[in-house]
Design a protein. Structure first.
Length: 118
């Protein structure tokens, strides 16, 4: 049996590879500040994409995206603001995506524009 931390890391690796193969440039993985973390920061054309990855063995506990609740979104927004300021990219378009990775049966679900942050 795999622990959740290891499962999460596997999901992030799979997601980064998936995005790369879809033409995204991976700018950073596991961008961390005290108030939150962004699993993957990617870029495609003129848009910075903040990606939250949720990995599940299967759907027995519901959809993975359901774990990206209001509080999680708030922390992602805080981390995103810091990243954009740090990288001096505040003027670029920003999008928040969720990637669900299911291991049994294997499936990736990329939800673009999963949520908005003001």
């Amino acid at each position: 049996m795999m622990d959740n931390k290891k499962k999460g890391k596997i999901g992030e690796i799979i997601s980064a590879c998936y995005l790369f193969l879809k033409g995204y440039e991976i700018l950073e993985r596991n961008y961390f500040i005290k108030g939150g973390e962004i699993d993957i920061v990617a870029k495609k054309r003129d848009t910075i994409i903040m990606v939250e990855v949720k990995t599940r063995t299967d759907k027995s506990y519901g959809e993975a995206k359901e774990a990206v609740n209001y509080y999680k979104q708030k922390h992602l927004g805080l981390a995103a603001k810091c990243f954009l300021k740090y990288r001096k990219t505040e003027n670029m378009k920003v999008r928040f995506d969720v990637i669900e990775v299911y291991l049994k049966p294997f499936r990736i679900n990329h939800i673009k524009h999963a949520f908005e942050i003001s």
